[in-house]
Design a protein around this ligand. Structure first.
Ligand code: G6P
Length: 591
């Protein structure tokens, strides 16, 4: 949700930041901007739309220091004026910001009374002007920035530069929004960004800023922790990700590249440290109440986990959307265990749920794809999914990695870890087949029949119900078709009223519940629905059958893959961007 970049070093800041910003565009892509320090003050560009008009930056003079931003609008419409960077009234201070300044209206009023003028509708614009306000009172840039934070309520990551006061200097501040520093390979070279993929081409050595850290980046790096009011030393970590993993390679879109990587990812999950899996399973066994929390696709993985734990490990677990979780906190005790699942590890609602759990004394565990993320640092224990960077806004490979981790946990809890590992290993070849050219072509034909549809319904029972939910989410996110999923049994309680002649319905089946779900398919068919069956056996109820072999608990991993392909093909046919759907951002760092 908004991507930030800052650069200091021997390279041309504009070109370097532009490529970094492109790698960060999955965080927001409605508008963007860059500002660099020059001998004649701050030079900048701002554009509406996706980053692409590289020609517009050619006018920027060469510089060794700059900041950049790709926006996902929260306050203020998508306009050039609202794009970042934002400037102080004296044009000496430039700021990029991710997050929300909750008290911005009161602060704007205060600054207006002091004679400041505002040129955008954003909350961000009060930041450079509050800094200017303090500089007018005689404080230097760093001290004025520190003092400004006392006026800013909310969550934010900020990077700022000043035109005159040490031109080769950036200030970076983190409060409840991610910010990471990249230690460049060149002498005196630093990057600062919302997320590691931004500078993965340049360095894998990083420092994750902690809550309330203020970093002064000039020829050296100095970090103060504002809550402790002391200088702190933060560890340099080495990121295991390979820059090639964050590139499209021969694929047209990250979406398809990441779908195609799923067999390999199951292999990586199988190799996760078994001692860690065992220890986490022990925590689950000991707990009085296991509760999963998450948002979006990760929420569907949680729900799938609840079914898998029940059937494989005979364990009861609950699931709540992370944003709803606080309403149930009175049930929590120090014996409760809250497990948060999040690809990014930065989803504000999920972090909030973990903080609520901790405030009630509960134990917390996270399953995330992002090493060093806020979630991994704030929860007591973490399992890293090892899916590699996921760039497409839609979760695909990280979703299946989450399912695979949950499968391992369930089998370990049942005392059958070897069986769980064997089951996942057995899937690898089959997933290569499910993502093969042959299957893609077959799914493309089905997509051609559905391309003009406006409504689509999906049903499943048992583990196939979360799969239906996730498939519906994939389709609606990227094709803008209204796709809605229901538990098969719910159909006759209202939903069936929506079915008319030709309404496409996708029915997920498994051998365990075949009879019941086929009855539901028949009920749909009797009302004229066009039925696409997904499962191990064909049936006369189906107009089209997508064969996916029976794999019991692993059905959730296998059956979602053709649905990811269907969503992709529909997006292409309907002229939608599969990697960057409208209005969405990959990492939702606001509540
Ligand atoms: C956003 C993304 C979804 C994702 C959800 C949760 O809405 O568009 O694809 O599933 O956030 O993200 P997380 O990083 O917590 O898994």
């Amino acid at each position: 949700m908004c991507g930030i970049i800052g650069y200091i070093g021997p390279k041309n800041a504009t070109e370097t930041m532009l490529s970094c910003l492109q790698s960060l565009e999955y965080r927001g892509y409605d508008s963007w901007g860059l500002a660099v320090n020059t001998e004649n003050g701050i030079a900048f560009v701002k554009e509406v739309g996706k980053i692409g008009a590289v020609s517009s930056v050619s006018a920027l003079p060469k510089s060794s220091v700059g900041i950049g931003h790709t926006r996902w609008a929260t306050h203020g419409r998508v306009t050039r004026a609202n794009a970042h960077p934002h400037f102080s009234n004296n044009k000496k201070i430039a700021v990029v910001h991710n997050g929300i300044i909750e008290n911005f209206q009161a602060q704007k009023k205060f600054l207006t009374q002091q004679g400041f003028k505002f040129y955008s509708d954003t909350d961000t614009e009060i930041i450079p002007n509050t800094i200017e306000y303090h500089m007018r009172r005689g404080y230097d840039f760093v001290e004025a920035a520190k003092r400004s934070l006392n006026h800013l309520e909310g969550q934010y990551a900020i990077v700022a530069l000043h035109a005159d006061e040490d031109q080769d200097q950036l200030i970076a501040i983190r409060k409840e929004a991610p910010l990471v520093i990249g230690m460049g390979k060149e002498e005196n070279e630093f990057f600062v960004a919302s997320d590691v993929p931004a500078f993965l081409d340049h360095t894998k050595k990083v420092i994750f800023l902690e809550e309330q850290d203020l970093a002064i980046i000039n020829r050296k790096l100095t970090i103060f922790n504002l809550s402790k009011n002391i200088e702190v030393h933060r560890k340099i970590e080495n990121i295991g990700w390979d820059p090639v993993q964050a590139k499209k390679g021969n694929f047209d879109h990250f979406f398809m590249k990441e779908v195609a990587e799923q067999a390999e990812i199951i292999e990586r999950v199988v190799n996760i440290d078994k001692v860690l899996i065992k220890e986490i399973a022990d925590e689950m066994r000991k707990a009085q109440g296991v509760i999963f929390v998450a948002c979006g696709s990760a929420a569907h993985a949680c729900l799938s986990g609840v079914y898998t734990l029940a059937s494989v490990a005979k364990m009861h677990a609950n699931f709540y959307f992370a944003h709803e979780f606080k309403n149930f906190k009175k049930f929590l005790t120090p014996e409760s265990l809250v497990i948060a699942i999040s690809q990014s590890g930065e989803t504000a609602d999920t972090l909030d749920a973990i903080r609520v759990a901790k405030s009630c004394g509960a134990k917390t565990i996270s399953i995330t794809n992002t090493f060093g993320s806020s979630l991994s640092r704030e929860s007591h224990r973490t399992i890293i999914e090892r899916a590699g960077p996921e760039i497409c806004v839609l979760s695909t490979k990280t979703y299946t990695a989450q399912l695979a981790v949950l499968t391992l946990l369930a089998y370990e809890l049942a005392g059958k870890m070897d069986e769980g590992v064997a089951k996942l290993k057995e899937l690898i070849r089959y997933i290569y087949y499910l993502t093969s050219e042959e299957v893609r072509k077959f799914i493309k034909k089905i997509a051609e029949n559905l391309r003009y549809t406006e409504h689509l319904y999906l049903i499943g029972r048992d583990l196939q119900y979360p799969t239906a939910l996730e498939a519906a989410l994939k389709i609606k996110e990227v094709t803008y078709i209204h796709a809605e999923a229901f538990a098969g049994g719910e159909l006759k309680h209202g939903v069936i009223a929506l079915i008319v002649h030709g309404t496409p319905c996708i029915v997920f089946t498994s051998e365990k519940n075949e009879r019941e779900i086929i009855s539901n398919a028949m009920e749909l068919k009797a009302r004229g629905a066009y039925i696409i069956g997904v499962g191990p056996n064909n049936n006369e109820a189906f107009d089209v059958w997508i064969k996916v072999r029976e794999d019991e608990e692993a059905n959730s991993i296998c059956q979602i893959i053709p649905m990811q392909l269907l969503a992709y093909q529909l997006a292409i046919l309907r002229g939608c961007d599969p990697d960057k759907p409208r209005n969405l951002a990959k990492s939702v760092t606001v509540k």
